[in-house]
Design a protein around this ligand. Structure first.
Ligand code: GLA
Length: 734
């Protein structure tokens, strides 16, 4: 009801503004702008909404009213802001529906628009559109984030037709861009190899990035992209568009280079097998896409997105995240009260701030001693932990640590009491075999009873001890053999969307009741890295791969889009269970310290010297982590370059403090010295450089003072040339 009233109000405001503007003009311009970028649409005399521009700010945009595109008038349309199937559109439609009367055509006409200042920094523009013939309404809601130079958009489709309308395509966004060449940079990978970056020169046709897996959707692909215009992506120079869809389910991003050499970008929910029956009088709201433009290369895009994330996109983003020891790689399923308490002692001794008990603490009839049993039965295992979770959590707190615990509430092992008592709760097609992944089935979150259950798993777990302050929420499978016993026969295709909405309902309820619990989104590591989840959660488990060399690439890619504040980064043993690389402890720490530092190993297995080093590194990290978590990221060199030398820096907003990291990931030869230019500094300031995590620095400039001008232009050249040589420098204005 509230929504309907708001909708009507917007609608009337929209009419008011159209009425005003139309006194003078037969067509009108709609401007969306932030501090440095603008976007323009216009309305033609026949009420078509055309799209003209997205890029660096243009103050006087009046020429767009008269601009001609020299296309045949009787052939297709000029660029539209939200093209539909039917009428004269022949590009991939943002909206495709079958109307109540069976008509396949939709032609949106402009009704009006309304602008609303949410606060000093944010303006929301709602553009009202309607089919030329039928009462199907579409609102485009565009938010401009002034300081961050970021826009977001979602779409609301409202059915006022005589019966249900079938939605086929219902993307969140369409962006037609004209340039000379388009270089798509996207992120792909696999389990333990997530967010690999690759660049493709787009040619005529459509390149799509999509997932059809339903859950844990960012493990192989990502709904995030950068398009470099004119020339390949460069870190510091060039025009780039970047975006990320805030949706934890099936997505599709299309990059269609059309016959006019215009690049048409559509992003949103994947239409695959997702026809949505929109009942009469109902509205459908798409997920939000966040997008930005920079003429300062990829670095500008990342900094804009990170600023937006910290100000608007991530739950509780102003709080320092604690360092932690996670039990998984150090103990797996094999622990008891005493062994956990020893780990807690060690974590406290190392100077860490939290202990997280991972998988294996629950299940009695079907004890969770391996991944084959117990998921779904969230009662404390009496054999391993006879005094319960509270005993362990309270012990951690008595040692000055916070306490966290692992759950995977959307899943169930066939070997569990839950699976046997609630066969209808699992996702499965009626008559077919129900495949397992990692020995488990998925619970059907389209079902409100299942939503209640998943909520109760979180809620009851928190109630195991008043000393629980962190939940690691895992999800270790995707959807196969889709089917819901809850949804009716005609609405099975709603599954993909209703699942995610069910999940978001649960997240909402959790946040209402438990606003202060830190939640980590983990989908086998790297599987739930999206701004849909981060709206509710403080951090993600970046990858299950804790090998530092692999992590160079995983973190490099992930931090293009997501700030270091949210990327859990743990030091594990070496070699670890994912690779046989032999990585020095210093390299592992130096790398983990560029994200949210943690450890994930058995401290008992460390030598005294290693423990001493770890203590120093953890204490150094605490001194610089505010810069890592809240500062601006400047990538200095890419691990993908021929040189295979990764370097990055974070600079605090006042450019008073910075931290610089450098990692050699192959043998560079004896003649090699890097040139690391520190672009993020202020040329007019003086800075002292100090190397961390070493007894004696091998860099000639250690302890010396340099001008920002010098460091930006000539840079530093630490002699790191063997594989796994690494360094961390703290830089402070004097
Ligand atoms: C997944 C997670 C790991 C760990 C295990 C526990 O693989 O990504 O970090 O929690 O589950 O089973």
């Amino acid at each position: 009801m509230k929504n309907t009233v708001a909708f009507i109000l917007f609608f009337m405001m929209g009419f008011a503004s159209i009425a005003q503007t139309q006194k003078n003009k037969t067509s009108q311009l709609i401007e969306f702008s932030t501090q440095d970028i603008s976007m323009f649409a216009s309305v033609t005399e026949d009420s078509t909404l055309l799209f003209h521009y997205f890029g660096k700010k243009i103050q006087d945009a009046s020429p767009f009213l008269d601009k001609r595109y020299y296309r045949r008038q009787d052939y297709g349309t000029d660029n539209m802001m939200y093209p539909t199937a039917g009428g004269k559109n022949f590009r991939e439609p943002a909206l495709r529906v079958t109307h109540a009367d069976g008509d396949l055509n939709t032609e949106l006409v402009f009704l009006g628009y309304a602008k609303r200042k949410i606060d000093e920094n944010r303006t929301e523009t709602t553009v009202h559109l309607k089919d030329r013939k039928l009462p199907l309404y579409v609102d485009l809601i565009v938010k401009a984030f002034y300081k961050e130079n970021v826009f977001s958009q979602y779409v609301v489709i409202t059915n006022e037709e005589k019966s249900a309308v079938r939605l086929h395509n219902f993307y969140s966004f369409f962006l037609p861009i004209k340039s000379t060449a388009y270089y798509l940079n996207s992120f792909t990978g696999d389990w333990a190899m997530e967010m690999g970056l690759s660049e493709t020169l787009l040619t005529r046709g459509i390149k799509s990035i999509e997932t059809k897996k339903g859950v844990r959707v960012t493990r192989n692909e990502s709904p995030s992209f950068l398009v470099a215009l004119d020339a390949p992506l460069n870190e510091n120079f060039g025009e780039v568009i970047g975006g990320s869809l805030a949706w934890s389910g099936n997505y599709k991003l299309n990059f269609e280079l059309d016959e006019f050499d215009v690049l048409n970008i559509t992003t949103g929910i994947n239409p695959y097998a997702s026809d949505y029956l929109l009942a009469k009088k109902k509205s459908f709201k798409t997920p939000e896409i966040i997008y930005t433009f920079s003429n300062q290369g990829a670095g500008g895009i990342s900094r804009n997105l990170h600023d937006w994330a910290r100000n608007y996109g991530v739950y509780d983003a102003k709080t320092i995240r604690p360092t932690l020891l996670n039990s998984w790689e150090g103990a797996y399923f094999d622990f008891n009260e005493n062994s956990l308490k020893t780990m807690i002692d060690d974590a406290a001794d190392l100077g860490l701030e939290m202990f997280v008990l991972d998988d294996g603490w629950f299940g009695n009839t079907y004890p969770r001693n391996n991944p084959r049993a117990g998921l779904g039965d969230w009662q404390v295992n009496h054999t391993k932990l006879p005094k319960g979770i509270d005993d362990i959590a309270t012990y951690a707190v008595s040692k000055g640590l916070q306490f966290g615990i692992w759950i995977e509430p959307e899943m169930v092992n066939p070997e569990s009491e839950l699976a046997k008592s609630k066969p209808d709760w699992t996702v499965k097609s009626k008559s077919r075999a129900v495949p397992t992944i990692r020995n488990q089935w998925l619970l059907d979150l389209t079902n409100p009873a299942v939503q209640d259950f998943v909520f109760s798993v979180f809620d009851n777990t928190i109630q195991l001890s008043k000393n629980i302050s962190y939940i690691k929420w895992d999800a270790n499978r995707h959807v196969e053999s889709v089917g819901s016993s809850y949804l009716s026969k005609d609405l099975q295709s709603h599954f993909w969307i209703d699942y995610v909405q069910g999940l978001y309902n649960v997240y909402e309820r959790i946040r209402e009741k438990h606003p202060n619990i830190i939640v980590q989104a983990c989908g086998s590591g790297g599987g739930r890295v999206d701004y849909g989840a981060l709206k509710y959660q403080q951090e993600v488990w970046t990858s299950d791969n804790t090998d530092a060399l692999s992590r160079v690439f995983i973190q490099y890619g992930t931090n293009y889009i997501f700030p270091a504040l949210v990327t859990g980064s743990h030091v594990s043993s070496s070699p670890n269970h994912q690779t046989n690389n032999q990585t020095p402890l210093k390299f592992r720490f130096d790398l983990a310290m560029s994200g949210r530092l943690g450890m994930e190993l058995q401290p008992k297995a460390m030598s005294d010297a290693e423990k001493e080093f770890a203590k120093t590194a953890i204490s150094n990290y605490k001194a610089i982590r505010d810069i890592v978590m809240f500062g601006d990221l400047y990538r200095i060199s890419s691990p993908y370059d021929k040189q295979a030398y990764y370097s990055l820096m974070y600079v605090d907003k006042k450019k008073e403090k910075a931290v610089v990291y450098a990692y050699s990931i192959k043998y560079q030869g004896t003649g090699f010295t890097p040139k690391l230019r520190l672009h993020g500094l202020d040329p007019n300031k003086q800075y002292r450089i100090k190397e961390l995590n070493v007894n004696k620095s091998s860099f000639w400039g250690d302890g010396k003072v340099f001008s920002g001008e010098y460091l930006i232009n000539d840079g530093i050249n630490p002699p790191l040339r063997k594989i796994y040589d690494s360094a961390v420098f703290s830089i402070e204005e004097i």
